[in-house]
Design a protein around this ligand. Structure first.
Ligand code: ZN
Ligand code: ZN
Length: 119
């Protein structure tokens, strides 16, 4: 593949914005990506900025889900343990506690699985 602007020169890479081949004279390095010098440097910078923000955002979503996992998990274990331990004295009421606990554990599991999507 040759440079889009200089068909006689071999390309060293592609512009991230327009995907055209660029020789060493035409390529500008923006962060870790190539851009057409004086043509698409701004566009590629904007693209890079967007990618960075997406990574940040998915990290934040992931930690939200993990926080929910810990919260639901802890409360779920407490409810389940309380329900099971009180079943002899509280009967039906204890079963309700245990069921709530299991539902919370289920929510914790769902949150954990969801968090794994944002890795
Ligand atoms: Zn370009
Ligand atoms: Zn060129």
């Amino acid at each position: 593949m040759n440079c889009y602007y200089h068909p006689d020169k071999p390309a060293i890479g592609l512009c991230k914005h327009c995907q055209r081949g660029l020789c060493s004279d035409c390529a500008a390095l923006v962060d870790d990506s190539l851009a057409c010098k004086d043509r698409h440097e701004e566009q590629v910078r904007a693209l890079e900025e967007m990618t960075r923000q997406n990574i940040l955002k998915s990290k934040r979503i992931r930690s939200d889900y993990l926080r929910n996992t810990i919260f639901y998990g802890t409360v779920g274990v407490l409810f389940t343990a309380f329900g099971v331990s009180q079943i002899r004295w509280l009967g039906l009421q204890a079963i309700v506690y245990a069921v709530i606990g299991l539902a919370l554990l289920w929510a914790a599991l769902a949150n954990y699985l969801e968090s794994r999507k944002y890795r």
